[in-house]
Design a binder for this molecule. Structure first.
Ligand code: MTE
Length: 318
């Protein structure tokens, strides 16, 4: 990854759409969501294709109060190397992805391993909307309203055993539809991992939608994970397998360049990437001349997550 890619989008002002829509729309959607997602109700399969409305109740306790990145920026400036390394490759290519049928295998150190259909996972827990900061290791950032629920709901449902120390996420491979898979940039499939306490943290989210709608393919449809205090590469897209295991996994990025990408990858302005500083970031949508802003420890989530790393040397465990 490199921070030299400049946005392929024209410099745009801060979020006309997101701003105008924000309060009233989200309140309407929250009301809709409450009606549609009463206990035991389901999101119907026909309503769950990319772009369809995905009502969710705003979780204000777990949301930041920051200006949203525009939907346009968040869905056209992407990293999804299975579709190519250009920022616009995913939005141009990912429409070819096959999103149904879709199943997710949950396996390994769990009492109840199983294969979940995406439409059952959609209904496993109430949909929440959370506004999270997203900080890419390339030193750009966004603010995105994600829809989903804490990964812990799923993990509890399958019952981690005492040997479940780590969680491994594996992304789908569709060689016919993903031109990037033919390039040996990463050892495919894209694999990421968390420690079990990180995976169980309420901020760690299984995500099905953004901006009140079902996830577009380029953002990781039909489901991805989001870990807001870590660099964006930890947040693997289009998951097909979640494995619990005793050993710390080696992620795709660690395998590609272990001196540059560590297992923890907590956002840390004090530890530079070997090829660039992590002290500041470029806010996407701010325009080419906007000043960079300081990067926050744990991407601003230190209060909630710093205790997970007590006693660890975060320079070694980068
Ligand atoms: N997941 C897969 N499968 N492939 C990828 O290339 N890129 C990661 C992450 N998840 C990536 C991925 C990186 S580097 C970032 S910054 C985020 O996705 C970007 O998410 P976004 O495109 O929704 O903003």
């Amino acid at each position: 990854m490199s921070d030299l890619d400049l946005p392929a989008i024209p410099p745009s002002q801060i979020t006309p759409e997101a701003h105008a829509l924000s309060r009233r729309r989200w309140m309407q959607q929250a009301a809709l969501g409450a009606a549609a997602l009463g206990l035991g109700s389901r999101v119907r399969a026909e309503d769950s294709l990319a772009g369809a409305a995905l009502p969710a109740q705003r979780n204000t306790d777990l949301s930041v109060d920051a200006t949203l990145t525009t939907t346009h920026d968040a869905t056209t400036y992407n990293n999804y190397y299975e579709f190519g390394t250009g920022k616009s490759d995913p939005s141009e290519e990912a429409g070819a992805m096959q999103l149904r049928p879709w199943q997710i295998q949950v396996e390994g150190e769990v009492a109840k391993p199983g294969t979940f259909d995406i439409d059952d996972l959609l209904a496993l827990a109430p949909m929440e909307e959370r506004i999270y900061r997203l900080r890419c290791v390339e030193a750009w950032s966004m603010v995105i309203p994600w829809s989903g629920y804490s990964l812990s709901h799923l993990l509890r449902a399958v019952g981690p055993t005492s040997q479940a120390k780590y969680v491994v996420f594996t992304t789908d491979m569709q060689p016919k539809n993903m031109p990037g898979l033919s390039a040996p940039i990463l050892d495919w499939p894209y694999t990421e991992g968390l420690r079990i306490d990180e995976a169980m943290h309420p901020l760690t989210m299984l995500v099905f939608g953004m901006y009140g709608k079902v996830l577009p393919a380029q953002n990781g449809a039909p489901l991805r994970v989001i870990i807001p205090w870590k660099y964006g590469f930890k947040s693997a897209k289009s998951l097909v397998r979640i494995r619990l295991q005793a050993e710390q996994p080696v992620s795709s990025w660690m395998r590609a360049a272990s001196n540059e990408y560590g297992f923890y990858a907590n956002v840390n302005p004090a530890v530079p990437h070997p090829r660039w500083s992590q002290a500041t970031e470029r806010q996407i949508g701010g325009g080419l001349f906007a000043p960079r802003v300081p990067t926050l420890a744990f991407n601003g989530y230190a209060e909630q997550v710093a205790s997970l790393y007590q006693g660890m040397d975060l320079r070694k465990n980068f």
